[in-house]
Write a protein that binds this ligand. Structure first.
Ligand SMILES: [Zn+2]
Length: 372
């Protein structure tokens, strides 16, 4: 009798007086229900734990290009984790109104458990990013279809939460490491490195830049004779590969010359006998961009979601200014990019002491994105 009073109170609401009338008995009964449910969830999680834990970690480790290691998983405290998983599943049951008594409910519970394990395991492996991946069928809600194949961060949940967290969500967070992210942006890397017109002239011999650094190619600074010797220089006259001694000697010669802002790169050509093939110069540009990529992602974590023309513009700015220079000297530009306000970014992109052609190139790329 009291139980049905209580049920009707739960269903139809009630007043504070009603609750008081029910007194301790109802409260006790409610607690028993709640703890019975918690026990059921705990049992279910225990039953499914090992298999789910193994399945999610395998899925992460098998994600191309296979850059993750299970090492971080041993740091996870299994006891705490299970308690958290029980709470996650129980919360979802309360929120969405499913139970573990039917197959559909259990399937939803598994999705919640997988989603939870996927997140904590990726975080334990040091994975910051994931790619939102939908089931790609007609049941996918519009808001999640828009997120399909976009990059997200574990520490920056979008509205409604990470995949599987929102009501009935069947989406999946595919782990994204730095190498996978780099592969995603390869089209803009190639476009910048090989197709962008009128950038810094390519110089195939060693010269001193305006700051007296031995330099080659498209502004690649050679920090030491070792750095120079690691490259595939060739003899200009014979076209044979240069020897280690030849490269070191030429580096020493250029390094000891007196540079000046007024001396152009062409001045140094007659002092050199070695050249770097164009394919190596291109590779140096890409290597340089790869070196900047981590720093670029710290400022623009959603770089991979930007239109390709914006990515190319950012490559140009960072290649020219360095990430330190870009952040330090162009804070308004950086903010506009983060706000995805391409028009404002275009207006803030003008660099002094650089060819008009290159400023116009970047301005145009950003304005192209406005029209998308
Ligand atoms: Zn979804």
């Amino acid at each position: 009798m009291c139980r049905s009073c209580f049920e009707s109170f739960i269903r139809n609401g009630g007043t504070k007086t009603f609750v008081l009338t029910l007194g301790n008995r109802a409260t006790l009964e409610f607690k028993e229900d709640a703890s019975a449910q918690a026990d059921a969830v705990r049992d279910w999680v225990d039953e499914n734990w090992n298999q789910s834990f193994g399945a999610t970690s395998q899925a992460i480790l098998k994600t191309k290009p296979f850059e993750f290691s299970a090492a971080g998983l041993s740091d996870l405290d299994q006891e705490t984790l299970r308690a958290e998983a029980v709470a996650e599943v129980a919360d979802a049951m309360t929120r969405e109104g499913f139970t573990l008594e039917d197959a559909e409910g259990r399937q939803r519970a598994l999705a919640v458990l997988f989603g939870f394990l996927n997140r904590v395991q990726q975080e334990a492996m040091g994975i910051d990013f994931y790619v939102w991946t939908t089931q790609n069928d007609k049941r996918v809600r519009e808001g999640h279809a828009e997120r399909d194949d976009k990059v997200f961060r574990w520490d920056d949940p979008p509205e409604g939460g990470h995949p599987s967290e929102d009501f009935g969500c069947r989406c999946y967070a595919r782990a994204l490491g730095i190498e996978g992210y780099w592969e995603r942006v390869k089209p803009s890397v190639d476009a910048f490195a090989f197709e962008a017109p009128g950038l810094e002239d390519s110089i195939d011999y060693m010269y001193l830049d305006s700051e007296d650094n031995v330099t080659v190619g498209i502004g690649t600074v050679l920090a030491s004779a070792d750095a120079a010797a690691a490259l595939g220089f060739r003899n200009r006259e014979t076209d044979n590969p240069a020897t280690d001694e030849e490269i070191r000697a030429e580096f020493g010669l250029i390094d000891t010359m007196a540079g000046s802002e007024k001396i152009a790169a062409g001045y140094y050509r007659e002092f050199t006998s070695l050249y770097l093939p164009q394919a190596e110069i291109d590779r140096l540009v890409v290597d340089h961009m790869r070196g900047d990529f981590d720093a670029l992602l710290r400022v623009f974590p959603y770089f991979g979601n930007y239109p390709e023309s914006v990515q190319i513009a950012l490559w140009d700015m960072s290649y020219n200014l360095g990430m330190g220079g870009l952040r330090g000297k162009f804070p308004k530009f950086c903010q506009a990019i983060q706000d995805e306000d391409w028009e404002k970014a275009a207006a803030e992109s003008h660099r002094e002491r650089i060819a008009d052609e290159r400023n116009e190139f970047v301005f145009g790329l950003l304005m192209d994105a406005v029209e998308l």
